[in-house]
Design a protein around this ligand. Sequence first.
Ligand code: HEM
Length: 223
Amino acid sequence: MRKLYDWVDERLDITPIWRDIADHEVPEHVNPAHHFSAFVYCFGGLTFFITVIQILSGMFLTMYYVPDVENAWKSVYYLQNEVAFGEIVRGMHHWGASLVIVMMFLHTLRVFFTGSYKKPRELNWIVGVLIFCVMLGLGFTGYLLPWDMKALFATKVGLEIAGSVPFIGDLIKVLLAGDDTIIGAQTLTRFFAIHVFFLPAALFVLLAVHFIMIRRQGISGPL
Ligand code: HEM
């Protein structure tokens, strides 16, 4: 193992990359081992942890999920009741979806009440707001995918709300639901594509920017 590492390191000089992360000291005021109240500074990391669980469990769900009106509900039923560990994986994705929003909200409150959105971190707050929208979008589009009554009527309400946006409401509705504007085959495939491709791609980029900025600027505080 050591030899393999040295072989790669000699060619690609990888040691400084992980050393930069591993040797980075956690400032005392954000370390719960020093002050218990510093646990509020862990909320961002915990949000990230649940986000990773969502991505992993979601990847497994797509192995069984079929995004068409005939089979969507059946595929979820099959996954839930027949597939080994299917119930657990779906349960993780289901409960994680709520937990990640709660954690993100707590993280946002921490950033707000410690004044960490102020200069020089204004841009990272704005990136955070975009991340917030993407996460809500993931929740909204994921809700329709099981294609049961709850999913259908919740999405109907959501689309009505989107449709009530001044001037561009109808356009947003058509973009999301498809040109027949009733929730149908086009809506399901669109929501699926948005849920598993468009929004996760946006999330990757935004989180990378979020983390790069945190490393460059350092964590805020102490108060
Ligand atoms: C998936 C969602 C998010 C993840 C995974 C995430 C992750 C993180 C992490 C790991 C940190 C380091 C400090 C900490 O853990 O508290 C951080 C800092 C920060 N986050 Fe987030 N974040 C998310 C959403 C947001 C949102 C919604 C906002 C604001 C609207 C935001 C604004 C900030 C700011 C301004 C900082 C710098 C705070 C400081 O230096 O004290 N983040 N984020």
